[in-house]
Structure formats: C-alpha cells, structure tokens
Design a protein around this ligand. Sequence first.
Ligand code: SAH
Length: 220
Amino acid sequence: MPDLRFAGIGMTSARTRDRLVQRLREQGITNLAVLDRIRNVPRHIFVDEALASRAYEDTALPIGFGQTISQPYIVARMTEALLEGGPLFNVLEVGTGCGYQTAVLAPLVQKLYTIERIEPLVQRAKQRIKELGIRNVRFRHGDGSLGWKAHAPYDGILVTAAPLVVPDALLQQLKVGGRLIVPVGPEGQQELVRITRKEQGFHRQSLGPVAFVPLLSGIT
Ligand code: SAH
C-alpha cells in the first residue's frame, strides 16, 4: 500500500508538485532526471508539519537550529551542475541539513557520503532517508570543511553552506575530472561556483549569485 504521508494531499499533492516542476523548467532546469526527483521526493516530510502546506513553494524554509532547507530551484540547479560532465560514482555532500538535497541526489549517484555539523539534524535526516527506502547514503556528524578522507577521492562534491574561501581539503579530495559545486563568499555577496579538477590545477566557473547559510567550523 502506498504511504499516504509521502503521497500527500491538497497543498502537498501530485498537482502541487507538478506546478513546482513546471516552474523550475521555466527557470531553465532541463535535466529530466533532476526534475523527476523534484517531483518524486516528498519535500513536505522534511519540514515541520506546520510548514508542510508551503513545502512546494520555491522558497527556503526553516528546519530548526537556525538552518534552512534550500530552495527547490537551488537544489535542482546544484544537482544539475554536479551531474553535467559524466556519471557520478562516489559523491560527498557537505551540509546534510534536513536531508532533502540528499534525497534528491542519492538515486542519481552510486554512493553518497554526507556530513553535517549539528548532531540532531544528522539523526533526523538519517531517519527520513531510511523511511524513503534510500540505501546508498552514509551519514557522518562532523566538520565537512575537512571533507571525508576515508572515502576520497570523489567524482563530485556538493556543499550546501557557504565558506569565505573554498576549503583546500575539498579540492584535494576531488578526482581528476571531478567537480565541486560550492557557494562562496560573505553573506549578501555569495556566488555559486563549479570547480573542476584538471590534470594540472583547477578550472573555476561562476554559476551566478546565491544566498546560503555560512559554512562554520567545528561541530555541535
Ligand atoms: N542541503 C540542506 C541545506 C541545509 S543548510 C537541505 O536541503 O536541508 C546548510 C547546512 O550546512 C546546515 O544544516 C548547517 O548546519 C550545515 N553546515 C554548516 N557548516 C558545516 C560544516 N562545516 N560541516 C558540515 N555541515 C555544515
């Protein structure tokens, strides 16, 4: 029997989700696998019940601890940018948050490692990902600016909080040909960048202005 909580009704129904997908298409998202994930991942289970009716609006929403679930357009844009350039086997996500981006990305890659510095968020995200039947994700409570060396190198690294400068550890944990999608800069002046590792050095490309919470060091 389908889980009615995931299927949604009213403001969380299939029609509401289709409208969101249509909106993302109009904003330039073209990757069909990504749009399909946005349609199928029940974003309303990642936010407080009181906010569930707003889950398919294209906005960031609070998830507690001063953090936010990223806007669907940004999740789609970052996932699309990460996928461009070939299949992804080994991927690292920094800033699990509520786990929504994790749920969108996981089935599109072979193995996903995700790190979050706020312990209760790790536990909640783990639970939701399990409920959704997604099994290729490993979670870690830690400081993602150091990467996750044990599983490096990665084909892709996606960071969902903004450092002032790109952490060197993340660059070092990229494979040649691997790409890092990261928002960089101080609040109010961040840009999303894609950094691709080449045989010699790195290629940096701007993907436009964005607004993220800061990447902080240490854990809580
Ligand atoms: N992708 C998430 C976005 C969460 S906001 C979602 O869809 O919900 C960014 C997250 O990054 C926050 O949960 C914050 O606690 C976390 N974060 C900030 N600095 C971090 C660090 N150094 N290591 C790991 N996580 C970090």
